[in-house]
Ligand binder design. Sequence first.
Ligand code: GAL
Length: 469
Amino acid sequence: MFPSDFAWGAATAAYQIEGGWQAGGKGPSIWDTFCHVKGRVFGDHNGDVGCNSYELWEKDLECIRQLGLTHYRLSLSWARLLPDGTTGHVNRKGVQYYNKVIDDLLACSVSPMVTLYHFDLPQALQDQGGWKSPKISAMFDSYAKFCFQTFGDRVKLWITINEPYVCAKLGHEDGIHAPGLKEPGMAAYLVGHNMLRAHAMAWHSYNSAYRAQQKGVVSLALNSDWFEPSRAGCREDVAAAERRLAFTLGWFAWPVFVTGDYPEIMRSAIDAQSKKLGYGGSSRLPSFSKDDPAILGTADFFALNYYTSRKVRPGGGAGQMSMKSDQDAEEVLDPSWPICGVSWLAVVPHGLRNLLKYIKNSFNNPAVYITENGFAQTGPLQIEDVQRSEFYKDAISQVAKAIEEDGVNVRGYFAWSLLDNFEWADGYSVRFGLFNVDFEDANRRRTIYQSGRDYAKIISKQKMKSIQT
Ligand code: GAL
């Protein structure tokens, strides 16, 4: 049974849907720059126009209403609000745009959940070192304060940073996301560190200057797959799965929810690996100092993005300076798990329940919002997307079990995504929407998928139930 105030939502992110990359005074972001270099993104696609939500927001609102969502998760484009990344120059048109979005949502009784940072750093800040620079945390904090000040009278659910793991690893280790850096085994840890500091500073700012009046809550959205041992009960595999979880979810959740510092497993593995490879510098995993904001306790709820699961055994990346090598954990796909849409998305609904249970037990039983969960479609367009519909039904029933049988305090579920959109390195070839968007059409026509209709039915049934009880 879902609580009566359960959040039924869908999520999007600015760069993936807005377009208007130069409209109304917006500054460029690292994703604008990244996509404009040939060969980076599938088919050289980019988010210049996207779903054109910058101009077609009202169409999005219709979609939101059609689904009957109680909540909508969107992200703000930092460079649309502050074109050079600093509060020295505020772009009024950007403020107006988000004011309208927020006001329209509230007028339709839909609560906004607002992410401050979803992968799109202002290019001007990248030019000063981006997330690798220690200066970035204070800059993020100023931006966050500006947003709390400007929108916090109406926004009560805040996410500071979306998926620091993905920004750090895909953007700075693998180079497949903006800013496209490939500095394995080094930059990702530094970026993660600065993101934790940035998040913590923003949380402290909210806590001391805005919370009393605005009465909202703040967290950061952490992605993790569920990892289980390749051979059940095999000690080495159990340990490898634990390491994999620690390096993904623990990297950020441990400092924020448990100790204020990185998981011991991570620290010792990185130190040992550095020694083995003859790395003589100071630890590749930075340490928090007295001058850093306290990291522990800087989340008012747990925000989880879950998509898939993996089996794990020791191995991988041997002899290299890389995160993979530090982890000594190799992923293996279980052949019984169907792969649907994109190659990385094995459909494993029980992984969500297991991860929720793990979060309850490892992170002090926090209130949890599932801030993303979804299923991709590729190839020929299927509006009657039965598989995605099943995916959502199964995922939601796992959430119900986590609540009822495992006692996990799940407060909300956000489907990724409201609309088909720009799926990062995969461009428009991968469709995650509950609504199809016709990217060939100048008006970017939105058409509901079968899965959208079915999600709407689930929501309305749950709303009815909560009225009756
Ligand atoms: C997440 C990301 C989203 C979306 C999704 C599907 O990592 O936050 O922006 O693209 O993955 O791949």
